[in-house]
Each structure stands twice: as C-alpha cells, then as structure tokens.
Design a protein around this ligand. Structure first.
Ligand code: COA
Length: 577
C-alpha cells in the first residue's frame, strides 16, 4: 500500500511537470534501458518533496518507468501484430508476488480456455477462473467476445477441486434450467392469454396487445392468444440472456410468496443463485410480484422497438420505456423505479443516463408529483462498482473524467427538477442514492431502510451535494459522522436528523405512502411546482457550485490507488464467497 501511494504521488508529480519517463533522456530510444543520470537527478529532486529516502524514490520511479515502457511496447505490438498485453492480478499464494505487475501477451480472438491453460502452466495454478469487470469469463467463448481488450486487467482466482467439477457440469445444468424456465413461461403466458380483463385486474393480471401509443388493438380471441404466446417466447429468449434468474424468482414470489427455503450449500452454485434472486425480493406481496413480472415482460417487449405492436401490462406504462427502470404514470404521479433487484439496484452507467432521461421526461409530462423508488428488497446500493472496472482505451484518467461528466449531469437533473420529487425508500440505501436525498422534497422510508455513505471506506469523497445539504439538514458533527466516518443510520435515526420526512411500518409502508401521495397529487399542480421552484431558487446556484466541487474531487479520487484497491477488494471478497 505504501509503495502504491508513493507511486501515485510520483505519477501526479510527473504529470504536472509533463515528464515522460518512457522517452529520452529517461529511457534509451534503442534498447529501452534507463538514462541513469537523469533518473538519479529526478529521484534526488523528488525525495525531499515526498519526505522519503532517495533510494526509495529512485526505486519507485524505475518501477513506473518500466511499466510505461512495457505499455508503450504493448501498444506498438498490438498495432503491428494484434497481440494484446493483458495485466493479471494473481492470487496471493500464486508462484509470483501479486504486488508486482504480471503481464500476458495473447491474441484476443482465442478461447478463454487457451489463456486459462497458459496461465495455469506459467504460474503453477491448477484450477483457476478469470474475472473481468466483476464477471467470470466463460471458458468456451473468445476473449474479445467477452469484452477483453488490449491492456485489460483480469483477476485470476483459484477455485477448489469441487468448484472446478461443478463448473464443468454447470453448462448442462444451465440448459436444463432454461428448458424448465421456458416451460414455465409457456404455462404463464397461456394463463395470461386466456384472460381478457373481465375479472378484477388488480388481483388477476392480464395482457393486452396494444399499438406503440398504448391503445389496445381489437384482435380476434384465438389470434390474440397465439400472438401473445409467440411474443412471450420471443421475449423469453431475450430475457433469459438478460436477467438470468430474476424472472424465475419473481415467478416463485408471485406463486409461492416470500422465500422461506433454506439457503443452498456453498458449492451448489446454480441453486444458490436462484435462491439469492428469490430472497432478494424480500417480503414484497404476491400481487406486487405478479405485477412486477408483468411489468418486466411488458418493458422488455416495448424496448424491442422494431415491432409494430407491444404487449403491455396493466396498468400500462406511459411514454418511453427503459432497460433498467420501470417508469409509469398513474393517478397524476410519475414513478421511476430502479429495476435491477438482483444487484440491489446498483446504478450502472446506462442507468445513470436512463434516470437523467426519465427525470427530463417526468419534468415535461402531465404528472403532478414524481416518485423515485426501487424494485425488490433494496432501495439502491449506490454506484455500481463495476463502473470502475470498465477502463476505456484512454485509461483510468479518461474513465474518471467521463464518470465526472456523467455525475455532474446526473446531480444537475435533481437540482433543476421543477416539480415535487418524492423518495419512497423501500429498503436499505447506499452511496449516491442517499446523498441526493437532500435534493428531494419528501423522503418516506420503511422502518427496514438504512442509510449508508461509505465513501472514505472506498477511497472516495461525498457527492450529490451532500457536502452542503447534510450539514445544513443535520448539523456539521452528525453529517461528518456519516460522510467522513461512514456511520450507517437506521430509518428512525435518519428521520430524527431531518434526512427522512417520515418512517412507516414495513407491513403497511406501500399502502400508507401511496394513499398519501395520491391525495397530494390532487393539489393544484401549478401552485405545487411554483412553490417548489421558489424554495429551490434561493440556493440553486450554490448547489450547482457544490456539485462542481464534489465532481472535481471525485475525478481525482477515482484515479487514486486507495479507490482502486477498495473496489478490487469488494469484488475479490465477492468472488471468494
Ligand atoms: N456495485 C456492484 N455490484 C453490487 C453493488 C454495487 N454497488 N451492490 C450489490 N452488488 C451486487 C453484488 O456484487 C451481488 O452480485 P452477485 O450476485 O453477482 O454476487 C449482488 O449485487 C447482491 O449483493 P450481495 O452483496 O450479495 O447482497 P447483500 O445483501 O449481502 O449486501 C450490499 C448488499 C449493498 C450491502 C453489498 O452488496 C454492498 O456492500 N455493496 C456495495 C455497496 C457500495 O459500496 N456502493 C457504493 C457506495 S459509494
């Protein structure tokens, strides 16, 4: 860690002075050897700045130089021969020191199995799997098909004998499960296609064929049934690819209620994934699960865009459809629901963009109030940490700059939102989903909710204007406890400190909150919007400058070793489960 910090500081200094260690006079053009005298002079100049011995600084500078030369050579080789250089993060007890960087040269159009075998031979590791951006690479697909690029960083993890065997039979198991899942879909769609909406649609969902504006189409009964089944199968294919076990979990919740089955054993991977997906739905009711199941299928079909008809769940979602959100308008309320329950609604780059678009849409539509909430048992687990592992060609700096631009725009959308904005916090909330709460007009929380901003733990700093709104809401000392020292608040504590408006018992949370919101949405819309804008106008400029300062700090933090190491240990811990 100490060496990493020294290297980070040196890199910053070199960048400021625009010194390129991979070029003369620091590196010989011909043989890539160091320009010893210039390197020594640099070490002597930097040592007092860092308060470290010259030898130590010299060693760190040389390590940076070697990496840079290697990277430069790698780029040249890739351009000339298509041979990429990948960085490997090895397990701690591998043959080589995991702290030194290990590289592997390979073409990207080869099967992952080939690379696994090579790494196994070279580093004396028997059973391993490769992880990129938090995902295990399939051995029977090519590297480039799974997003591996020149300079990608891949984590090498050892797997046990049993897990190895399990992996081999997993494909077979997956296929069997998919077949069963398709049969369930057929059954589900058959039932749904028989219904025509004549029963109570609140308790008996049905599917409607509608045009792109959501107007139901009149189609003879038998043809409608056939069309619904065909579209169901078509969507099933897509959704199987997309959301793994979540449809299965929703189906179970809808038909059997909350998960009470014991957790499968650690090595029973397939059933564990299913169990976790089911468990993640928490205590949501069977009716809610049924509705979500229909919404999910409806949103997938509509997202296809190419077909002239769509299957829409009742009540129909209005306007644009999204991949990661469920956006509906009903009773003059537009609801934006984060819809990645299997990942605790962690916000991906795509999701940030969709939320910005959904807020823009809600600002313009006819609704009176806009509500933000989460699907499943979590409100939101904050920034999706895999966002940090998707390093673009321009490197970490480019990733950080792009991330900063997106965050600035995201928070701006909340600051400028012109109508009353309400958070319905249906479960635990983490990170950016907590910090932007200071920009909401009402925050209703279930007693199960908690509020956690573990920024310093992740080597990061506060965002969402919380460095301003939190001290203003709760006082400096309490705000620091959250933003500096990562204190997690219960719903009751958050309410006491003014971050939450009111806390409700979990069993009556949805019904109490929605009854109240529906009543509020009947208030005169212009008066509501103008009052909100008056309150916001007093500090709008200040909020924009706070947003800017927070983004700048984070762009620096995202390039730090502290942040990189924290994110990597999150995924490493997960992979070892
Ligand atoms: N980024 C990426 N993936 C996330 C995530 C996040 N912020 N939060 C949860 N996930 C993923 C988990 O990796 C896991 O994926 P897997 O099923 O492929 O293993 C899945 O969501 C379920 O989460 P899990 O950790 O198994 O659930 P849990 O109930 O034990 O814990 C959290 C939930 C939110 C407490 C835990 O996942 C966590 O600490 N996440 C990180 C939160 C965070 O630090 N956010 C950034 C703040 S700045």
């Amino acid at each position: 860690m100490a060496e990493l910090n020294t290297e980070a500081k040196l890199k910053k200094q070199l960048k400021q002075e625009k010194i390129q260690l991979w070029n003369p006079p620091y590196t010989d053009d011909q043989d890539g050897e160091p320009g010893r005298q210039h390197m020594q002079e640099l070490a002597e100049r930097y040592a007092p700045l860092l308060g470290l011995p010259v030898e130590e600084v010299g060693g760190a500078l040389e390590a940076i130089r070697v990496q840079a030369v290697k990277r430069g050579k790698g780029n040249k080789t890739f351009r000339e021969s298509n041979v990429a250089t990948l960085e490997l993060l090895l397990p701690r007890d591998g043959k080589k020191d995991p702290k030194t960087k290990n590289h592997l040269e390979t073409r990207l159009d080869v099967l992952v199995q080939e690379v696994v075998d090579r790494i196994g031979d070279e580093y004396g590791l028997k059973y391993i799997k490769l992880i990129l951006n938090g995902k295990t690479l399939s051995v029977d697909q090519r590297l480039d098909e799974q997003g591996v690029k020149n300079h990608s960083k891949m984590m090498v993890l050892k797997v046990s004998d049993a897990e190895w065997k399990q992996q081999l039979s997993e494909e077979e198991e997956k296929k069997k499960n998919q077949d069963e899942s398709v049969q369930r879909t057929q059954k589900g769609f058959q039932i749904l296609s028989e219904r025509d909406g004549s029963e109570d649609p609140d308790s008996t969902p049905f599917l409607e064929i509608a045009d792109q504006r959501g107007n139901p189409l009149k189609i003879p009964h038998e043809e409608k049934k056939a069309l619904i089944l065909a579209m169901g199968f078509h969507e099933k294919g897509r959704s199987l690819m997309k959301k793994k076990q979540f449809d299965n979990a929703l189906f179970k919740q809808a038909t059997q209620g909350p998960c009470s089955a014991p957790k499968p054993g650690m090595l029973d991977f397939v059933n564990k994934v299913k169990w976790e997906a089911w468990k993640s739905l928490g205590s949501i009711s069977q009716d809610e699960a049924r509705q979500q199941y229909c919404d999910l299928i409806g949103s997938l079909v509509a997202a296809e865009g190419g077909s002239s008809a769509q299957v829409s769940a009742q009540p129909a979602a209005s306007g644009t459809t999204y991949e990661t959100l469920l956006v509906t308008t009903e009773d003059d309320i537009t609801t934006i629901k984060l819809n990645r329950p299997a990942k605790k609604n962690a916000i991906t780059t795509e999701m940030y963009n969709e939320i910005i678009a959904a807020l823009e849409q809600a600002a313009k539509d006819n609704s009176v109030i806009t509500v933000f909430t989460g699907a499943g048992d979590f409100y939101c687990s904050g920034n999706d940490l895999t966002n940090f592992t998707k390093i673009p060609e321009g490197g970490v700096e480019q990733m950080a700059r792009r991330g900063g631009d997106l965050l600035r725009k995201y928070v701006k959308a909340y600051i400028d939102f012109p109508k009353p904005l309400v958070a319905v916090v249906n479960g635990p909330a983490v990170g950016v989903s907590v910090t932007v709460l200071g920009l909401f007009d009402l925050v209703y929380a279930t007693e199960r909710a908690s509020f956690h901003t573990p920024f310093t733990q992740l080597g990061q700093s506060a965002e969402g204007c919380s460095s301003y709104t939190f001290p203003r809401l709760m006082g400096g000392a309490k705000a620091s406890e959250m933003l500096l020292f990562n204190k997690k608040l219960t719903a009751a504590q958050a309410c006491q400190l003014g971050l939450v408006t009111e806390v409700f018992p979990d069993s009556s949370f949805q019904s109490e909150v929605w009854t109240r919101l529906k009543a509020y949405a009947k208030l005169p819309p212009n008066s509501l919007a103008l009052s909100k804008q008056l309150i916001r106008s007093v500090e709008k400029q200040r909020l924009h400058s706070v947003n800017e300062a927070e983004v700048q700090s984070l762009v620096e933090r995202w390039q730090s070793d502290e942040c990189f190491n924290a994110v990597m240990s999150f995924f490493q811990a997960k992979s070892k489960l």
